[in-house]
Design a protein around this ligand. Structure first.
Ligand code: GDP
Ligand code: MN
Length: 396
């Protein structure tokens, strides 16, 4: 589950990470009130207005702007709220902005120039350890840094059994070229950030930029946080942070009916039982020259109702040119699944794309007969390869 910047910052702050302070606003008038309140708390009269959407690169798309007066705040917040923000990380249609974060300006002048760093905490699945990735080249173009000058990105691996060791936090501050007050500030920042990552059961914390202010404070200016869905049961209070306006509507619908669905870009819809078989099926589709349009695990009980719900989800995607049903009848009998498929099809009426049905396992032969004799536009298969060949034929 992804969070908004302001929610990520709240979590960070609750674990002692110093952040750029801000208040969320839904309207331009609320933004002005927020700015007044911030000025009282922080003393700064300049503010940044930041679009709150689940996508990075907002600055590049015009979703982060500096306001030097309350009039500016009102005007900019009015522009950003309701806009369709297009960034390098959104689709071409962009994302609708429902709210902004009014934040204190932290790039104020002082003894030193403010400096932007990059830092993220995530799991390295290869080594089974957590890692902190960081760079002096923070700001808006970390993707370009990773591509063109990867040696400027450092990695610190952390054994989850020992946690972050003191020398590791110091090494990070040292590699970032810090000394004195900002060195100490960075050590504290890294420690608190790592604690936040662990205690919130997150799979990603990305802070870009981490800012060294002109008076050498180290603070989080941005926060991209992904909570681990599998640990949400341990954090009942995080459920309230979900913003379904930001999520794929088909995925939200699938979740509501208990189907495991992930939207993808391809042209072949898949309906499969079991995540492993779903992955293998997606490979099969690729081999046959297609691209999977989705991942869909209907789970153990593939009855008519679930099958129909699954067809409905798949058919919402206009790119789907064919559907491959690949079900293994272990606990559930293939003939019952076949009946479910036929019933669902009849119920739905006009499905305009061809459907390849591969049922294997208990009563697979009876199931094939049911499918073949249904009089509907099905193409049945028993072997994996047979199904792949049919996908290929139907796509060409
Ligand atoms: P992103 O573009 O979605 O990654 O959004 P960020 O929160 O990282 O902000 C983008 C950029 O806005 C930052 O890299 C900064 O250059 C700029 N920015 C953020 N906060 C401030 C601020 O307080 N003052 C000024 N002048 N610029 C800011
Ligand atoms: Mn950023």
């Amino acid at each position: 589950m992804n969070l908004h910047e302001y929610q990520g910052k709240e979590i960070l702050n609750s674990f002692g990470v110093e952040i750029q302070r801000g208040i969320v606003a839904q309207t331009a008038d609320e933004a002005v009130e927020a700015a007044k309140k911030l000025t009282k708390e922080t003393g700064t009269s300049w503010h940044v207005i930041k679009a709150q959407v689940h996508a990075g690169g907002r600055g590049k798309g015009g979703g982060v702007k500096l306001a030097k007066s309350l009039d500016d705040v009102k005007e900019i917040a009015g522009q950003i709220i309701g806009m369709n923000l297009i960034t390098p990380q959104t689709s071409a249609e962009g994302k609708k902005v429902h709210q902004v974060l009014v934040a204190e300006d932290v790039y104020y002048p002082g003894d030193n120039e403010p400096e932007e760093y990059y830092m993220s905490v995530l799991l390295n699945r290869g080594s089974g350890k957590n890692m902190i990735m960081y760079s002096t080249e923070g700001g808006m173009d970390i993707e370009a840094v990773a591509e063109e000058t990867p040696h400027l990105i450092f990695t610190e691996e952390i054994d989850p059994a020992t946690g972050l060791l003191p020398f590791q936090a110091r090494r990070i501050a040292f590699n970032l070229g810090l000394s004195g007050k900002s060195f100490k500030g960075m050590v504290k920042f890294v420690n608190s950030l790592y604690t936040a990552y662990i205690k919130s059961d997150s799979s990603l914390f990305e802070i870009n930029p981490v800012l060294k202010t002109s008076d050498d404070r180290v603070i989080a200016v941005d926060a991209k946080v992904t909570l681990d869905d599998n640990a949400l049961f341990r954090h009942k209070d995080y459920e309230a942070l979900r913003d379904i306006r930001e999520e794929n509507p088909t995925e939200v619908e699938a979740k509501a009916v208990g189907l495991n669905y992930v939207d993808l870009d391809g042209n072949v819809g898949c309906m499969v039982n079991g995540a492993g078989l779903a992955m293998a099926t997606m490979d099969l589709i690729k081999q046959a020259g297609g691209e999977p349009a989705n991942f869909l695990d209907v789970g153990g009980t593939a009855d008519a109702e679930r099958v129909e719900a699954a067809f409905n989800l798949i058919l919402k995607d206009p790119n789907v040119k064919a559907i491959l049903v690949n079900i293994f009848g272990g606990i559930v009998r293939c003939d019952r699944v076949a009946q479910g498929i036929v019933d669902a099809y009849k119920n739905m009426g006009n499905i305009e794309v061809p459907i390849i049905v591969r049922l294997q396992g208990t009563n697979a032969d009876i199931a094939k007969e049911l499918i073949d004799n249904s009089g509907l536009d099905f193409h049945s298969a028993i072997e994996f390869q047979e199904a792949a060949d049919k996908v290929q034929q139907l796509l060409s």
